[in-house]
Write a protein that binds this ligand. Structure first.
Ligand code: PMP
Ligand code: GLN
Length: 387
């Protein structure tokens, strides 16, 4: 008997650009400023806290919703930073990374035929997640060049079938940051409709120049309909740990947990206990803006000596640049440009076009500056050859 041919549920999905570019970087021995992850170690106290949790026997299934002490610490942190108290019992859930938080939020609210607005360029998991839920991703492009929200286009995209919108601030890849005014405008547009908000805030502690991270949690109307998604992987330099949180009002959390319970059931125990202990000190995350701002500034100062043109970076750990003024690059597609820089210069960026569902060439590429100063300096020394 012949084996049936499996028909893919995700015909447009291949290997992610992050995996492809990381492999290319390795192949050419290039400095990898593509995929977003730190090349430095996390705080040894965090390792100690997790190791200690393992030694103390926190090695079996924790509660489905997450370790209570960690949920309390997360609720305290949200209250201290945003002045909003989520109930750790009914409104905070610990997830296996933000990626799982995003997928489970989508599966909780999106039904077959529902439309979900994504602001492109956007993180690559959103649209396939929406499709897995039977929904239809509706891309609305941020304005070319500035990556500002095109409010007219967003308003025009809302229909009676719109069930959710995904917002990401600080934004990957552009580094733009939402203000209170942006949330007000969104609230005006969706108020009175059954439209849920997924607020991907994984770069919440990387906002620069004394600006504030305005969480969806701060806006009363938005908060009541929002899943606020965070990642300890980003905040504590441990992207490989895949651990995060979702804060949402009780009615949303109840549905979220039904999905969470039957996808991962819970997130790993020792890391939850270790992070709960580590969170007693606010220093590490309160110092993060200054830590990353210094890296942004170091990298930007070096790039000024090249013909690459810097775009504003208000937050996140990504710096976008335009290569429109670089004769040797300007006729290349973004993908070709990244390949060329990997091969010829030995530095690997990511094409911003990879964050769109349809062709979008803006001569713009993204560098990750979550790297040791020595790595950034070495990359800058190589990029200087462009001058
Ligand atoms: N959202 C955005 C915008 C991201 O850049 C990332 C980074 N991978 C994630 C979500 C996923 O976070 P995590 O590693 O915690 O799943
Ligand atoms: N969020 C990371 C980035 O944008 C990549 C994570 C991944 O490889 N899936 O670079």
């Amino acid at each position: 008997m012949s084996v049936p041919q499996l028909k893919t549920k995700l015909p447009r999905v291949g290997t992610t650009v992050f995996s492809v570019m990381s492999a290319l970087a390795t192949q050419h021995n290039a400095i990898n400023l593509g995929q977003g992850f730190p090349d430095f170690e996390c705080d040894p106290h965090l390792i100690d806290a997790v190791s200690e949790a393992m030694r103390q026997g926190h090695n079996q299934y924790p509660l489905m919703t997450g370790v209570p002490q960690l949920r309390e610490r997360v609720a305290d942190k949200m209250a201290a930073i945003h002045g909003v108290r989520y109930d750790p019992q009914t409104e905070v859930t610990i997830t296996s990374g933000a990626t799982q938080g995003i997928l489970s939020s989508i599966l909780a609210v999106v039904r077959a035929g529902d439309e979900v607005i994504v602001l492109e360029p956007c993180y690559d998991s959103y649209s396939p997640n929406i499709e897995l839920a039977g929904g239809l991703p509706v891309p609305v492009r941020l304005k070319s060049g500035s990556f500002d929200v095109d409010w007219d286009a967003l308003s025009a995209a809302i229909t009676s079938r719109t069930r959710a919108i995904i917002v990401n601030s600080p934004h990957n890849p552009s580094g733009r940051v939402w203000t209170a005014v942006d949330w007000d405008r969104l609230a005006e547009l969706i108020g009175g409709r059954e439209i849920w908000v997924l607020s991907d805030e994984v770069y919440e502690h990387m906002v620069f120049d004394q600006k504030d991270h305005v969480s969806a949690a701060r806006h009363p109307l938005i908060r009541d309909r929002a899943f606020v998604i965070s990642s300890f992987g980003k905040t504590f330099h441990v992207t490989g740990w895949k651990i995060g949180t979702v804060c949402a009002p009780a009615q949303l959390t109840a549905e979220f947990r039904k999905v969470h319970q039957y996808t991962v059931f819970t997130a790993n125990s020792a890391m939850q206990h270790g992070i709960a202990t580590y969170l007693a000190d606010a220093g590490p995350y309160l110092n993060l803006p200054a830590f990353y701002q210094a890296k942004r500034d170091r990298f930007a100062a070096g790039l000024v000596a090249t013909p690459l043109r810097l775009l504003p970076c208000e937050g996140s750990y990504f710096q976008c640049v335009s290569y429109a003024d670089v004769p040797v690059l300007r006729d290349l597609s973004e993908r070709e440009c990244c390949e060329w820089l990997t091969r010829e210069i030995g530095v690997t960026p990511i094409p911003v076009s990879a964050f769109y569902s349809s062709p979008a060439e803006q001569q713009t590429i993204r560098f990750c500056f979550a790297k040791r100063d020595a790595t950034l300096d070495a990359a800058l020394a190589r990029l200087a050859a462009l001058a």
